[in-house]
Design a protein around this ligand. Sequence first.
Ligand SMILES: Cc1ncc(COP(=O)(O)O)c(C=O)c1O
Length: 399
Amino acid sequence: MNPALSLLHPYPFEKLAALTQGIVPPGQLSHINLSIGEPKHPAPAFVLEVLQKHMSALGQYPATKGIAPLREAIAHWASARYQLTTAQLNPELHVLPVAGTREALFSIVQAAINPQKPNPTVVMPNPFYQIYEGAALLAGAQPYFLDCSASTDFIPDFAAVDARVWDNCQVLFICSPGNPTGKFLSMECLQALIALADKHDFIIASDECYSELYLNEAQPPVGLLQACQALNRLDFKRCLVFHSLSKRSNLPGLRSGFVAGDAALMAPYLRYRTYQGCALPVPTQWASAAAWQDETHVVENRRAYREKFAQAQEILQPHIALQQPEGGFYFWLKTPSPGVEFARQVFSQCHITLLPGEFLAREGAQGNPGKDYVRMALVADAEQCQEACHRLANFLGNR
Ligand SMILES: Cc1ncc(COP(=O)(O)O)c(C=O)c1O
């Protein structure tokens, strides 16, 4: 087997299972899981209806490129969302459906890394979504971590990175809104990164899977395609964005998202994907097209998260300093004791599972940037989130 497989780290949830193993939480409290980022709001009924209606299409092999109506719906959605006027997305050239962003974030690195260049490197934030690191390791590249801590306002300090790192960089992962920090990258930052990518010849892979979950309805996060538009970069050169229906539309089980951007990258990536064999079933594609064409359910989804964040803040604020995220559905909570210890105690006393921040990060020059944090996903329904916050408030109050 490929020896690089042994380099893969255990997934954060494996570490979490080991942390809580053998602990017997209070029997009278039901378990509330706030560790995993799995949306729990109901899937939109109209999408499920479309899925059902097209079930007979399971009798045909799907094409990797996807059906034209889906690619058109995606191009239309992204053009409206990011005000792409002159930088136009051609559904034939710039868009590919993917089976959720996870597989795409992984496979793009396999397709992109050129092992013949010296020191292939994939640069990524720290803490981060672990797929970025695994993708780099299995492609024979070196992951390079950019710490996101309070001192960098929880976004990578791109300007501090040595030019030699950028020279070796073949793929830069960015994530906005960030998981777990919820931070947005600004238009200025995205434009500066595009200039860096041109100077040092690397691809920017922008993970925007939380882009539709933002707290201020009037301030959606900007995206990399929008930065291309602002620069009049009509070919989206070196830029790829990754979007998903999992969080936007509460369809994590549908396994549906898209990659869009530079046609010169998309064409060889499609060739790669044809061999990998990850075409979306046709009913999934029709259901996805319907989901991308509707915004009403997405507005309602944001409203539900906004309400839960406000409720959590009201209950917890007297006990712990809480920062509302700009986007996403996580609190990145600074803990009064190391995050691992805090998570263990909260599990044993409150029967609530939180994810220790250090499981989402690697040691950097200043230690592990997740060490004093836990990630708390407000994915459960409002009632459960409220109950969890009351238990936490009690726990914090009794410390
Ligand atoms: C930052 C980030 N990127 C990508 C994904 C993958 O999502 P999906 O494959 O459901 O689109 C997740 C899932 O939690 C995530 O947190």
